[in-house]
Design a protein around this ligand. Structure first.
Ligand code: FE2
Length: 425
């Protein structure tokens, strides 16, 4: 009979293998009480509060009185029966808790009974032992009643034997619960770490935006600084940015290239800040020596810009925007595709803008007249030797866009005034 009951109990437990620990403890306690006839019982598990070990009630049942949620914990080093069982890993059988011999090493705490009007009498308390042989909790069963409900019977080894499998089951369940708790905690920590990472990525993106804004402001200020030395002011540098951007898109350059030339073109004459202002502002014809110094603004510009990786294209433009397709330009006399494409693009916009802008020695030409000179040439400009023929062909197809840029950013607009540098002298 006992063996059958044990087997039935093991099956009962086995079917509940995946159950959360709390519910499992409740059902195990109910089953233990059914098997032994106990009218009340508690399952404690061993926990820690700081450095102090204590027994925490996981399931608490009593058929006689209404129970409120139990929050009391039993210190492991107290004189209670449960803590003695936990410390000694041995069961305790008590026939009457109120008649405990003073010679015993544990005491019965009557507080619960007094507060609830209950009378605890017989008790079976036994330790829960894990697979590793460690005490992980205590089960306490109170007041065995079987036949005559008015009489409290005592617990014996037989009852203990009936419910022996509880150890293995609760042990496994506790291990599993601890593992689930650990995984849940780790998942929570991972989620928190991911949240922080996302937050940091947003902050970095914000900082990158700020850095980008600061970079663009620096580029504008650098371009503006160059014009302080120059005789011709206006929106020239802004227009050259726009011509270059428009032409680069028409050529079909990649969007990164177009974005880069959109701010780099403005720096084409930045080297002028290193040229003597007396030469830059000289109204009359330059001597050969002065012209050579003037032409050096290309090399000076490269020297200023080449230090920054972000300004590599700007350095190429500053260095190469006075080179000519036939190799007759300066400073290196590069020809054809040896001239960087960004510089070839800027040359078209720079010359067009110089033709449109009024100078001390000439009036500003109208759009069609400027186009005529760009495409057919005049005394100063030979288009075939000056420009990349492919770029010139594209210019011929999109020149109204150049006119729109010039008229939109024409010199004298209040918000633009004073932002430009001189043109391609
Ligand atoms: Fe120039």
């Amino acid at each position: 009979m006992a063996a059958e009951l044990i087997l039935a109990f093991m099956e009962f437990i086995d079917r509940r293998a995946g159950m959360p620990l709390q519910r499992l403890a409740d059902q195990v306690l109910t089953r233990c009480r059914e098997l032994t006839g106990a009218e009340a019982g508690t399952i404690f598990v061993l926990g820690k509060s700081g450095r102090r070990r204590e027994l925490v009630p996981m399931s608490f049942q009593n058929d006689v009185i209404q129970l409120r949620a139990q929050s009391y914990h039993v210190a492991i080093d107290s004189a209670s029966i449960a803590s003695w069982v936990a410390q000694n890993a041995k069961p305790v059988f008590v026939d009457d808790l109120y008649q405990l011999s003073l010679e015993l090493p544990y005491r019965f705490n009557r507080t619960f009974d007094l507060q609830n009007g209950y009378r605890s009498q017989s008790m079976l308390a036994f330790p829960l032992i894990s697979y590793e042989g460690e005490v992980i909790g205590v089960v306490q069963l109170i007041n065995r009643r079987t036949g005559d409900q008015s009489r409290v019977e005592v617990f014996s080894e037989r009852e203990l034997g009936l419910i022996a499998p509880v150890n293995a089951i609760i042990g496994t369940a506790l291990d599993r619960a601890a593992m689930i708790e650990r995984i849940t905690r780790q998942n929570r920590e991972l989620r928190e770490r991911n949240r922080l990472l996302r937050q940091q990525r947003l902050q970095i993106a914000g900082l990158q935006d700020q850095t980008e804004d600061a970079f663009m402001t620096s580029v504008r200020l650098l371009a503006k600084a160059a014009e302080l030395n120059d005789a011709d002011t206006g929106n020239h540098i802004l227009r050259v940015d726009e011509y270059a951007f428009a032409l680069a898109r028409r050529v079909g350059m990649a969007s990164d290239f177009c974005d880069e030339i959109h701010y780099s073109a403005a720096l084409h004459d930045v080297g002028k800040m290193s040229v003597n202002s007396a030469i830059l502002k000289k109204p009359g014809r330059l001597t050969d020596e002065e012209r050579l110094e003037m032409e050096r603004h290309t090399t000076y510009g490269r020297e200023i810009l080449v230090r920054s990786a972000r300004l590599k294209m700007a350095a190429e433009i500053a260095h190469g925007h006075h080179e000519k397709w036939d190799g007759a330009g300066y400073p290196q006399g590069l020809a054809g595709t040896a001239i960087p494409i960004a510089a070839r693009i800027v040359t078209v916009g720079d010359v067009y803008d110089a033709l449109r802008s009024p100078r001390a020695y000439k009036p500003g030409f109208g759009h069609l007249e400027a186009c005529d000179i760009m495409l057919k040439g005049d005394a100063r400009i030979d288009p075939a030797s000056h420009f990349d023929p492919e770029l010139l062909r594209i210019f011929e197809n999109c020149h109204p866009e150049f006119d729109r840029i010039y008229t939109t950013l024409v010199d004298g607009l209040p918000e633009m005034a004073g932002m430009a540098a001189g043109n391609g002298d």
